[in-house]
Design a protein around this ligand. Sequence first.
Ligand code: MV4
Length: 666
Amino acid sequence: MFDKILIANRGEIACRVARTCRELGVKTVAVYSEADVDAMHVRACDEAWLIGPAAARESYLNMERILDVAHRSGAQAIHPGYGFLSENAEFARVCEKAGIVFIGPPTSAIEAMGSKSAAKAIMEKAGVPLVPGYHGDDQSPEHLAVVADEIGYPVLIKASAGGGGKGMRRVDSHTEFRDALDAAKREAASAFGDDQVLIEKYLLQPRHVEVQVFADTHGNTVHLFERDCSIQRRHQKVIEEAPAPGLSQETRDAMGTAAVAAAEAIGYVGAGTVEFIMDARGEFFFMEMNTRLQVEHPVTECITGQDLVAWQLQVAGGGTLPLAQDQLRITGHAFEARIYAEDAERDFLPATGTIHHLRTPAENRHVRIDTGVRQGDAISVHYDPMIAKLVVWDADRGTALKRLRDALHQFIIVGTTTNAAFLARVAGHPAFVEGGVDTGFIDTYRDALFPEATAPSDRVLAAAALYELLTVDKDAEQRATASGDPWSPWHLTDGWRPNSDNFHTLHFLDDNTDLQVVAHYRDDCYLLELPGGQQRVSGELRPDGHLHLVLDGTHLDGWVLQDGSSLTIVMGEEIHRLVVHDPLTAGMEDELREGSLTAPMPGMIRAVHVKAGDAVKEGDALLVLEAMKMEYTIRAFADGVVDHVNYAAGDQVTEGAELLAIGSGE
Ligand code: MV4
């Protein structure tokens, strides 16, 4: 076994590899870019070396720098994770030349799978089933057209050098073929510098089922069963599971045998994945082989009880596979859901932002979370926007799926848009519950998976209202304490509070709808006028955002998390974002961005929370203005530094007076 390895990756996979190394007593060396100075993977390793600027090309893809760090740190091997350099034959070769073990397959195996046509020829010889089609060298359009006619339409033209859905074209009839071929060849030439194509029978809504294989340098090859990865969008997986639902034992055995044959045919060593597509009848065909550890490997770990990173280290160190085929068994069922910073409603557009709040479900023997980010970290444009992988396991598919849904509902991420709610809808869809997965799933059930936005329930509005009422009370208490005269009646409460018949109208913006909640103060609660009627509400708010709510005698727990003027409210399975809107101060947002803040109406300054030179964060309370018997907390709408403050507590101000100015601090 190695004493020390370098992990040439970042994020969750770097943390994942480091975890196993720690368990095995292997020291780890992290590499990081300038954007990742405080990243989790830097802390997860025993030492960390800066390798370059944020752009991956200049850091995580910089072979020379990484090898240099390996030498200087004394690492004996490099784990490439997935992505970046993991399937780069050139990198595997330079590692070998430098006398450093590349934790991955031999260069020859990576290269053998680089061309789809060549890979298919190898697999054909090894007796691995292929989609009917043509992958030969005669690339003349006339010949390819004859081949397509013989296969029967629809056919799929694929770039031989392509992968992951790039350079594919579906053709539905003979007349369309020639134009489609020309276009496919042009695309392939410009994208891959190689215009060779292959033609396949087009399978309608196939399943993506892949088999985990492992081989050592002593001639042993095993498979660790299959994963179903059919739930995809834009050729990217979102939910994976193991074993594949509805597979007969016969099919499972046949796939495992075919995958082992595929690995043996190319002299494979280490962790690999043989991808198949499967038609509705359960017939399966070789697609491609991924010569790395994959994102979704944890579901295989869950159902086999094995640690695949430990297997990789053992094999790379020259050891034999920990188990033989007849010692491997499937126990239970596992799911993985990939939580991405992306906007599912806008065609899964990647999102960026700072994770202001991150609440994850508790980890236990049923729930595992692989992540590389923590609260406060940024999701930037430089790297993959995956936030976390949620992995659940239980004795059977139904119970595991229930755990997946529960855990998805416990995820709270504030600061960037995520696909968590979308994942929960997939996991809750009756067709998914039935195991009816195929690669067309998201399209087929589009209507159910992308529902029209619904108005927040009374519960959510009550939680938002209570949050506002409790934080306003807290603000008042803090002001009283800070004023030096805590007993002054002016500081006791907000103006409206002592009057038991007084009320306060709260405004919440849902998209652009102004939702109003009138709150009447009562001795032991607030009486709220909600869309569905009046309800009495009381409760407690913890500093971490946990809200205990008593609504007409019913006790409920939820979360309210604030990010500037926006509130994220989670009540059970309902999650909603509302913007706290104060009609009287609303106009000030733009002015603040420009630098100065003016009084929206004549009144008296009740408290000033900041002074010149103070750094403020978006949402911080700056000062309190009392006007028309109400108090308005004026908050920063952007981060900055207070430039000057023109008034002190007790001063009268006229409408439009400049209260304070905020600058960028530069
Ligand atoms: C196919 C196919 C139908 N018929 N090949 C997409 C990515 C690449 N690995 C292969 N892909 C496909 N090849 C034939 N002959 C449908 C797809 C396909 C797909 C495959 C797996 C997972 C998701 C997919 C989404 C669309 C199309």
